[in-house]
Design a protein around this ligand. Sequence first.
Ligand SMILES: Cc1cc2nc3c(=O)[nH]c(=O)nc-3n(C[C@H](O)[C@H](O)[C@H](O)COP(=O)(O)OP(=O)(O)OC[C@H]3O[C@@H](n4cnc5c(N)ncnc54)[C@H](O)[C@@H]3O)c2cc1C
Length: 458
Amino acid sequence: MTDLAPFLAAIEGVPVETDRALVRQKSRDFFWYSPVLKRQLNRVTADAVVTPRDEAEVARVLAAAVRHRVNVTPRGAGTGNYGQAMPIRGGIVLDLSALDRVVWTRPDAVRAQCGAKLIDIDAHTRASVGGELRFHPSTKRTATLGGFIAGGSSGIGSCTWGILREPGNILGLRLLTMEQTPRAIELRGLDIQKANHAYGTNGVITEVEMPLAPAWEWVDVVAAFPTLMDAARFADGFTRQDGIAKKLVCVLAAGIAQAHFRALAPVLPAGRAIALLMVAAPFLEFLPALLAPHGGTEVHRQRSDAAEVPLYEYSWNHTTLQVLKTDKSVTYLQTLFPPPVHLAKVAEMEAAFGDEVPIHLEFVKFGGEVACFGLQLVRFTTEARLAAIIAAHEAAGCPIFNPHAFTLEEGGMKKVDHDQLAFKREADPLGLLNPGKMLAWENPDWRPSQSRHLYETA
Ligand SMILES: Cc1cc2nc3c(=O)[nH]c(=O)nc-3n(C[C@H](O)[C@H](O)[C@H](O)COP(=O)(O)OP(=O)(O)OC[C@H]3O[C@@H](n4cnc5c(N)ncnc54)[C@H](O)[C@@H]3O)c2cc1C
């Protein structure tokens, strides 16, 4: 445990929590989705939680942490699911949820503080300029904007707009460096990638500027299909319909929704694959003709903003959460089924693994093409079997963004991001920000095969 007394004295006046139970609570995220991370990270806790109320207080905290060599792990709402916001080397959790102001809004863009909740930003921009964020994670009701940029990637709206990494989906980031006198840096254009999805390892984001899309009246539609591939072929074609405003094209193998989505189950026909869609109201009348060639029929419809549980809370990583509520034995994968062979690869993996890996697909635009991400469920038996399933997908040409690893490199493309590493040298020269999450910081020559013995913490 770090001796925090001199550091805490230096930040007197900034809210601090040291109660062990509360600190432990805010040292955790949804890492327990993964049996591997659960084993590795279950005992992780910070020494204190510090909650600055404005950017000046964030700067004071960072300056004092540098002076007293205290590790700092930024935190938004703690909904990340690979332990991104967990302080694996102790120190403080920097809770940024109090920086929650919308700074300004224009008809085409919004700038907000990092701790603003995505749902509050959307409510604000809808009311003031008739716009909304292009896309959001399925944790929209709780997640913060800074946490989405630093820890997330894509979500509801990615079927139209692609993922955060694609140029144009983030307009600007303001961040503070981890130095004795913290500097504020504004990243714009392609420089944004230096800190996008860096798990808060190379700067504390204080403000984010995002483009807006038109705010439609969204309608949730559930459709049923004879087979998984019927649903997947419909979803692929539907995602290509650029004339139809849509936010969600999700496909679930037969049985997932019927067995685990309690509120929807009564309307879902047994034995059928399911598609979850969000479509703008004016375009609904096109749906029957697009569903019919694939044997699809609409089985349920609700207004997205009026529903107790909006359909997006059954999609993306919420699918796994809903299933875990009734079956604790499952875990999941994150797979890219690469275009243009994505549908063939889905069929290949369905045939290879059957009910051991029930298929869940999210259709997206990816590099200008239609592709699908798999967030397949896995009926977990052993870590060795899970590793074998992952290896088989990669050998078949379907890259896995491993959700059972807590470092940037292992969870991502299994390679060092040299731009993020170079920016860390500039913005966090002592390596105090979220230490242990960027393998390349400790070993710039890191290779995938080296990771396990270096970062096994249990
Ligand atoms: C049920 C469920 C569904 C999900 N669905 C999706 C989805 O559809 N799409 C998706 O992309 N993700 C999804 N996620 C992951 C996660 O919810 C999102 O990425 C979310 O946006 C994270 O926001 P947060 O505020 O909770 O961030 P946190 O979990 O608090 O933090 C995430 C990372 O960002 C860092 N961080 C936080 N704030 C800052 C800051 N201001 N400056 C620097 N670093 C910072 C943290 O250190 C951490 O590394 C899901 C997770 C769950 C549990």
